[in-house]
Ligand binder design. Structure first.
Ligand code: C2E
Ligand code: MG
Ligand code: MG
Ligand code: MG
Length: 282
């Protein structure tokens, strides 16, 4: 009896695995086809100066709308894009599209606006990445110092020497570097000091923890302090209410992004939204 149960359990397990692998393969084909049919697009989420309450830039976020109108969240399809290698072409397209949008916004008078682009580990470590980046900047005419690449903390921690060398070359193009989801990756602080980065993004989880209690904001406070000590800019992610915004502002956090200010929106919508905001200052 025990044996048959074990077998039944085993069968169930492998069958489920088969389903999961088939689902992944299906998604990979669907993603490849969506990409070639230009069904991927970028949404832009404004980043705000917390004191002036003015937009200073935006983060480009990848979107996939399937033929039946469903939005597949990036957390679901980006791992598949990475795993299949599709991220190389998709990532290049993201970079070029975001750079082109930056140029478009500058032409519309948003001259100090910055554009942040997420770059995956697979993409960053690809031998052609530097060339892809240089070409995207040159072909679109995007000024490098207004372009920021968001990389994750864990990326910076793996093979640190190769990474530091690569980072130096990327920085030579003039683009800025932000560490995304900061605080979730257990980076060593001494290592952080060796990296030529420009900005830390406080992970949404630590912003969510900000409540009436003093301990809730302690990690956010630590990251803000760390940024100040290292001379780095800091952005708080996922700010959803005014309480969080004012606590962050009081803690000296210069920048924030979140549903309180704006949700990610299409390029056309962004132009209109910006037009309704107080003017940007130099
Ligand atoms: P991320 O880079 O940390 O992006 C922030 C995520 O938080 C976005 O989710 C954004 O829509 C969401 N968000 C912003 N404000 C709020 C808020 O106030 N509340 C809540 N609950 N959420 C908020 P999204 O667009 O689903 O992206 C998820 C992740 O997918 C991104 O996290 C990023 O790691 C990855 N991703 C997105 N676009 C790209 C891309 O073009 N390339 C790569 N490699 N990764 C991307
Ligand atoms: Mg990001
Ligand atoms: Mg993030
Ligand atoms: Mg995230």
């Amino acid at each position: 009896r025990a044996k048959s149960q074990q077998r039944a359990g085993h069968f169930y397990f492998t069958r489920n695995m088969g389903v999961e692998i088939r689902e992944r393969v299906r998604m990979m084909h669907a993603l490849r086809s969506a990409f070639s049919k230009h069904e991927l697009f970028l949404a832009y989420q404004p980043q705000m100066d917390l004191v002036a309450r003015r937009p200073v830039g935006a983060e480009a976020l990848l979107r996939w709308k399937t033929e039946d109108g469903k939005l597949v969240p990036p957390d679901r399809f980006i791992p598949i894009a990475e795993y299949s290698g599709l991220i190389i072409d998709i990532g290049e397209w993201v970079l070029r599209t975001a750079c082109a949008e930056l140029v478009h916004l500058r032409a519309a008078g948003h001259e100090n606006f910055t554009m942040s682009v997420n770059v995956s580990q697979v993409q960053f470590r690809h031998p052609q990445f530097l060339q892809v980046l240089r070409n995207a900047l040159a072909d679109t005419g995007a000024p490098p110092r207004y372009v920021e690449l968001e990389i994750t903390e864990s990326m910076a921690m793996e093979e640190p020497d190769t990474f530091i060398e690569m980072l130096a070359q990327v920085k030579e193009t003039g683009v800025h570097i932000a560490i995304d989801d900061f605080g979730t990756g257990f980076s060593s602080l001494s290592h952080l000091q060796r990296l030529r980065i420009d900005r830390l993004k406080i992970d949404r989880a630590f912003v969510t923890e900000i409540t009436g209690s003093t301990r809730g904001s302690s990690i956010a406070e630590m990251v803000i302090q760390l940024g100040r000590n290292l001379g780095l800019s800091v952005v708080a992610e996922g700010v959803e209410d005014e309480h969080q915004a004012s606590v962050l502002q009081q803690l000296g956090c210069p920048l924030a992004q979140g549903f309180l200010f704006a949700r990610p929106m299409g390029a056309d919508e962004l132009s209109g939204w910006l037009a309704g905001q107080p003017a940007l200052r130099a």
